[in-house]
Design a binder for this molecule. Structure first.
Ligand SMILES: [Mg+2]
Length: 422
């Protein structure tokens, strides 16, 4: 008879909490490799943690907003920032919270498709799974909705991934950085989003950011390069010391993008993000070769696989990361580690993330030592919170919540009230 993996509770001097902590601190890929190579040496979490996902509840909501941001200007956006709040409950009663943040003006995922995919496909695939086995959970999700070019429905999936991280942290009594064996990291400096429709709007928008303690600015550019040059010049004049980050959201055609990089550099822009759509591989190569500005990708980087390919193809200087775009923390963490191993940079970005998604993002960026101001503009545009203690910007910075899992306390009554209002 082959030797069965022994239960840590009978063979191991560690408590379940200590054992889970040791399992979860293993570097990415190491636990899986160990399991594959020697199942008796490293019992799988499935046989060791005894935790199982018992049920997952979905709460579709829309967070009320303030200010103008083009992605929320349409008929659906005006109703507020859509999200599906997820509550995962394990068989021992431990709860993890997550949040999917679909945005149809930015990607091909909507609130409605997220709800259907979660309830009909993704959630059933996770029932009975070990919530601490992130790789196993993602395999189940891949089997439920297959990848196309890359991971399917990554924004929808990210909410589940975040909830599993919260649950695993609470089960082991660790915050996310401890799960990852990383430092907690310092509070993150934020970047204020300037989405000006006319040049007259620029000064009051920058002033509003400054009034709220921000010193760094990210500007929305494309498709009109003449406007973008004037906008960039004006923001640079108003904020000479700022990190000035231009995001085109894939809005230039290839020729305009190649003209834009040197002209934006000349008026003081520091980095250019997503000048063209990610399927314009050769344009990214030309922009990188041109070298007028550091080129960051965002849209289209979903799994670490295409990121590794795009790096090999010489398409980028770095990535504006966002766990929501990547299918969650599991994938985003691997991407940051890949970038760092190649000497490339990551910027911290988001999808106007509300509380729960924002808390996960903060923990990730701080643990990995984000250097530049983060374009996390949930606190700029969202006016509602479902937390007992909302995350608060202090002098243009946000601290990483401290405590097991995400370190936040979700107020379920607020979740239910927001869902009812939505
Ligand atoms: Mg972007």
């Amino acid at each position: 008879m082959p030797t069965q993996p022994r239960s840590p509770q009978t063979s191991h001097p560690l408590s379940r909490r200590q054992f889970l902590a040791a399992q979860l601190a293993l570097p990415l890929g190491v636990a899986a490799t160990l399991r594959a190579a020697s199942p008796t040496a490293a019992p799988t979490p499935a046989t060791s943690s005894k935790l199982k996902i018992d049920r997952i509840e979905t709460f579709p909501v829309r967070y009320p907003m303030t200010g103008y941001f083009k992605f929320f200007a349409g008929p659906s956006g005006e109703a507020g920032r859509a999200a599906v709040i997820l509550k995962v409950t394990a068989n021992d009663g431990t709860v993890g919270w997550g949040e999917s943040v679909p945005l149809p003006t930015w990607s091909d995922e909507t609130l409605e498709t997220a709800v259907v995919a979660l309830n009909r496909y993704l959630i059933p695939a996770l029932i009975g799974a070990d919530p601490t086995d992130f790789a196993g959970a993602h395999r189940r999700l891949d089997a439920a909705i297959a990848p196309a070019f890359s991971t399917a429905m990554p924004i929808t999936r990210a909410g589940l991934d975040i909830a599993l991280h919260d649950l695993a942290g609470k089960a082991s009594g660790q915050s996310l950085h401890q799960l990852w064996g990383r430092p907690r990291g310092a509070p993150l400096t934020l970047s204020w989003t300037v989405n000006a429709r006319t040049l007259d709007e620029v000064e009051p928008l920058v002033a509003e950011g400054r009034r709220r303690g921000y010193r760094h600015f990210n500007i929305k550019v494309a498709p009109d390069l003449e406007f973008d040059v004037a906008l960039s010049r004006r923001v640079r004049a108003l904020a000479p010391e700022a990190f000035l980050w231009a995001d085109a959201n894939c809005g230039y055609d290839p020729a305009t993008a190649l003209a834009a990089a040197p002209r934006l550099a000349a008026v003081g822009v520091d980095v250019l993000e997503a000048p063209v759509r990610p399927n314009r591989l050769s344009t990214y190569q030309e922009l990188k070769k041109q070298g007028a500005l550091p080129i960051y990708m965002d849209e289209g980087i979903v799994s670490p696989v295409e990121l590794a390919e795009f790096i090999r193809l010489g398409m980028l200087d770095g990535v504006a990361e966002k766990p929501s775009r990547c299918g969650g923390l599991w994938s985003c963490r691997q991407q940051i580690e890949l970038l760092q191993s190649k000497g490339l940079a990551f910027l911290g970005s988001g999808l106007t993330d509300p509380d729960i998604s924002l808390a996960a993002t903060l923990a990730l960026y701080a643990a990995y030592g984000l250097k530049k101001p983060a374009a996390l503009n949930g606190p700029q545009f969202l006016t509602s919170s479902v937390l007992k203690q909302p995350l608060t910007v202090v002098n243009g910075t946000l601290a990483v919540p401290n405590g097991p899992g995400l370190g936040i306390e979700v107020d379920e009554a607020k979740v239910r009230a927001l869902a009812a209002r939505s």
